[in-house]
Design a binder for this molecule. Sequence first.
Ligand code: CAO
Length: 570
Amino acid sequence: MATVEDILLPDIGDFADVEIIEILVAPGDRIEAEQSILTLESDKATIEIPAPRAGVVEHLKVAVGDRVSMGAPLLSISTEDTTTKAQPPEPALEPPPPGATSSTMAATQTPAPSAAPAAATTTEDAAVLLPDIGDFTDIPVIEILVAPGDRVELDQSLLTLESDKATMEIPAPTAGVVSELAVAVGDTLNTGDLILMLRADAPAETGEPATPEPIPPSTGPTTDSAAPSPSPSPSPSIPSAAPQPGETVPRKAPVLPRPEDVAAIARGRKAHASPAVRRFARELGVELGAITGSGPKGRVLKEDVRAFVKQALTATSLSPNASSRSPATTPAQPDPARFGPVERVELGRIRRISARHLHHSWTSIPHVTQFDEADITELEAFRATHKRAPEETGAKLTLLPFLLKAVATALARMPILKAMLDDDGEHLIHRHYTHIGVAVDTPNGLVVPVVRDVDHKGLRTLADELADLSVRARAQRLRPDEMQGGCFTISSLGGIGGTAFTPIVNAPEVAILGVSRAATRPAWDGERFVPRLQLPLSLSYDHRVVDGADAARFITELSTLLGDIRQLLL
Ligand code: CAO
């Protein structure tokens, strides 16, 4: 018969009022004994709390962000196991005895194959063994954080292990002085392996039973494997490391880091940092993986997090609209020099400015792009005969002046596409003028001079102005005011090639027209296929201001105007 039980937070050592940072199960989930159910994080350790038994999660009694102490109800599970009823006090129903931990709780369910440590003596060295680290085996040591002679404090990280799933820091189970290291970087370790010898600071009185709190060196191993350990300290799950009966033991009973203090850094988190640094980074909303650590072996230090945030804030404050950027989330790149020769060149001023502006536009505007084709067969025939002015003085009449005129006419009919959002995000500003920007490709990067009052100008005037603006743009001789005040932008790549592209809206404008290369294609005229010159158009727009239907109407209107330029006169 199913019974419903509350799972309480076991004794987690010195920790109290610890924050829940992750809940790993949900109502309805079937969980196995020892499966992690939630993660706590203090400033010293990340602690995964395992389920004491299998069952089905009924209710969660906590949420992420809650702070909990020993005995707090975490969740309820229903179990089918009727035999548990007959057992003495369930560890799942009551807070386990002081010192019970994820691994020691497991141990209480399995008779201890080796004994609890005996009483402590004076100043002899104690062996610090690798505690139960769950399913992991043969984990490489990637870093040793202490050296012989170092004084270490309780919980200070001794070394770091890294598997393909997790990075684990092994903390000191007690304060003391490292007398000898038993491992080197690159060694692979398993539960119970000797890590180092530690001379404890404050030896306990001889004859006292070992306590789960800083475990003192003992006088020698006990070997009563028949009796379950009354104390949850030194894990019986590592019999291979425990001294055997009759063995001469020059060193005293193993001192195990408390398994709950092993920073079992959540699966998948590859960045190498202490729990305190992880917490600090999380509080600041920084992705640890984005930071290059300056500590040993690329370890991310608190200073690295601070420097990263400072740099991100500086970059943001240079942006035209700082609030909309979040460079802190940009992932770190691997050093390209690792893969071959490279050269680092500073970005020019124009490229830096346009990069920031494009990034702002791209990240702050919800973009949609609508595509169409305009039949410019007649337009091209007309243009071919009027390419040059009779007196050969003015600029060549390219497609662009026609596009400017057609866009200006379409904007007059649908002015929403030249409106802009007010800074408050709650008002539209309608512009009663038609200044259109034209993207110009220059050796130094993209610039967008603005042609004023396009609706009041003829094709030849526009051609002349365009020629002048693009020449001066390429010579970097445009005045700042000549690149301001646009209501709409045209980006024409048709002279270069390509079938379609999605231009980025040039904020605070709300729409931009991309023009690709015209090509002759067969078109059905109702009776037969005829060759027609088709111009690909793409209209990107800010969907906060422009509805899809408006955009479709606008681009259709534009195609119609370009298909029959006589309509520009209407
Ligand atoms: N399809 C086919 N041919 C096209 C065409 C199109 N869509 N657009 C232009 N051409 C042809 C022109 O007809 C011209 O040929 P002819 O000499 O036979 O008349 C030739 O290409 C050269 O045109 P152009 O590009 O020099 O002139 P333009 O007025 O069309 O464009 C300018 C001027 C400044 C817009 C252009 O030189 C330019 O810099 N374009 C790049 C814009 C850009 O980089 N946009 C990307 C922004 S996002 O990164």
